[in-house]
Design a binder for this molecule. Structure first.
Ligand SMILES: Cc1cc2nc3c(=O)[nH]c(=O)nc-3n(C[C@H](O)[C@H](O)[C@H](O)COP(=O)(O)OP(=O)(O)OC[C@H]3O[C@@H](n4cnc5c(N)ncnc54)[C@H](O)[C@@H]3O)c2cc1C
Length: 469
């Protein structure tokens, strides 16, 4: 039996479920196929449960500084099982919320594994689920939102086994107490967030990064400041270091690495491999349909169209940046293009955040990227140690850096490190989406006292007009 829909979405992560809701809002008869829990990696094994853990870690660390605020508590301890249970409970709650949203928007949720087959003009979707006969679905438009999984480093021996070598899944829900010692391979946002969480609970944490600095996609000044701030909290690093072998040892795991030609072997209870992700492109029938795939990601145009008629791809499976908000954004954009809605010409840059302590957030070009493009730039910097609200809050670490195109005045990049910067970056994202210049940022009235006033000061500083330095 075949069932007809206007739109079928495969995968219910932030790409898929948001695309399905927008599809329904636009009047399309919509189905979503999911093999696992609704909400994808983001809600179940990514963005949300990590933030729950990080909150516990952050509060635990804060207890060390209560005296600074005139407060005191007797004793200090944590219950690891409860911390993990809280995080898993939040993931479950939010997954349930997606089920509610699907129902509210009259989206048919189909449980099972989807595979594409050749259809008349658009691929058919065949869904198999345990204990049920395969179901064939047809639609005018099929959207792949199958996400991605942790990348494994090939040829270094031990692959993640859930015991001594973890991916993000085991790191989020370990079947053992918090490790006393931990090696994190990879210093992108995911690696740094786990390093920050486990360090906050007292683990000895070493982070290994192959590039010459941690958080290598960030502006160099931010990377360097983050390195120092994390070291102050007891994290240790090896940068420019290549892991050559992972093996089990008496202690737990043994990691052989090479830094500038110097070999060493480190031991820890557990290693977390956080070296990026690869798209879920296998077993979807893509080869038989001739869908273009490049380095593990489905190739799409600016409207998420693949090279096969009626087939689209959004989110992690369609390539970097591998971020939830990018996935949702692409989902909305894709559906609006299908509905023939005219593009309003405004295009948002995609911000990136790392929710460690201190937090890191950025959008647009780094100073080095702007220079490499041959742009003449003006750069502003404003430290939080000067700033009233930060001083009142005891959050002196970090700064805000802004990058402007000197010729046009356009804001082309913003880079922040410090408390609450992941909540503030949006101000710059809106400004850049609206193509703001320094004049509009100067003319904006920021509420006082807020940490966000430092955004204003950073922009003013780029033009020699900062008020509080
Ligand atoms: C530890 C961690 C922390 C993260 N933190 C952040 C963060 O703070 N902010 C941020 O923006 N991003 C974060 N990310 C990245 C974010 O989770 C992803 O970018 C986002 O989930 C991608 O959304 P998606 O819809 O493309 O795919 P996914 O969320 O991966 O969802 C894909 C869904 O498709 C389903 N599926 C796959 N194949 C099939 C099939 N054949 N049939 C049926 N269903 C299928 C899967 O089961 C899955 O549910 C984090 C990731 C990790 C791992």
């Amino acid at each position: 039996m075949t069932t007809d829909f206007d739109v079928i979405v495969i995968g219910s992560g932030p790409g898929g479920y948001v695309a399905a809701i927008r599809s329904s809002q636009l009047g399309f008869k919509t189905a979503i196929v999911e093999r696992d829990n609704l909400g994808g990696i983001c809600l179940n094994w990514g963005c949300i449960p990590t933030k729950a853990l990080l909150k516990s870690g952050e509060l635990f660390e804060k207890l060390d500084h209560l005296e600074d605020y005139g407060l005191a508590v007797q004793g200090r301890s944590y219950d690891f099982t409860k911390i993990i249970e809280r995080s898993r409970g939040i993931a479950k709650q939010l997954s349930g919320g997606i089920a509610f949203l699907m129902k509210k928007n009259k989206i048919e949720v189909i449980k099972g594994v989807a595979k594409l087959e050749k259809g008349t003009s658009v691929p058919k979707v065949v869904v198999t689920a345990e204990g049920a006969a395969p179901r064939t679905l047809q639609a005018k438009h099929v959207i792949l939102a199958t996400g991605a999984r942790a990348r494994v480093i090939p040829g270094i021996g031990l692959v993640p086994d859930g015991d001594k070598v973890w991916t993000y899944r085991e790191a989020l829900a370990p079947k053992r107490p918090a490790p006393k010692s931990l090696i994190v391979i990879g210093s992108g946002a995911i690696g740094i967030e786990f390093a920050s969480f486990y360090r906050a609970l007292g683990s000895e944490v070493m982070v290994i990064e192959a590039m010459d600095r941690i958080l290598p996609v960030e502006d160099e000044e931010v990377s360097n400041a983050a390195h120092k701030a994390f070291e102050k909290r007891g994290l240790t690093f090896r940068v420019g270091a290549k892991v050559t072998k992972l093996s089990k040892s008496a202690k737990g795991v043994s990691v052989a690495l090479e830094t500038a030609g110097k070999a060493e072997t480190l031991e820890a209870d557990v290693a977390i491999v956080a070296v990026g992700i690869e798209g879920n492109v296998e077993n979807l029938g893509l080869e038989a349909l001739g869908v273009k795939v490049d380095r593990g990601h489905v190739v799409t145009d600016s409207h998420a169209k693949t090279n096969v008629s009626g087939l689209y791809a959004i989110g992690d499976v369609a390539g970097p940046p591998w971020l939830a908000h990018k996935a949702s954004h692409e989902g909305i954009h894709c559906l609006e293009a299908i509905a023939g809605k005219k593009d309003n010409g405004l295009h948002s840059p995609v911000p990136g955040c790392t929710y460690a302590t201190p937090q890191v957030a950025s959008v647009g070009l780094t100073e080095a990227q702007a220079k490499a493009k041959g742009l003449e730039i003006k750069v502003g910097r404003y430290p939080f140690k000067n700033h009233g609200k930060n001083i009142a809050s005891g959050e002196l670490e970090g700064f805000i850096k802004t990058v402007f195109d000197a010729k046009t005045g356009a804001l082309i990049g913003a880079h922040m490190i410090g408390a609450e910067v992941t909540e503030m970056i949006n101000g710059f994202v809106i400004a850049m989406t609206m193509e703001a210049t320094e004049e509009e940022v100067f003319a904006t009235c920021f509420p006082h006292p807020t940490m966000s006033e430092a955004m204003h000061e950073s922009a003013l500083e780029a033009y020699g007009r900062a008020l509080h330095i």
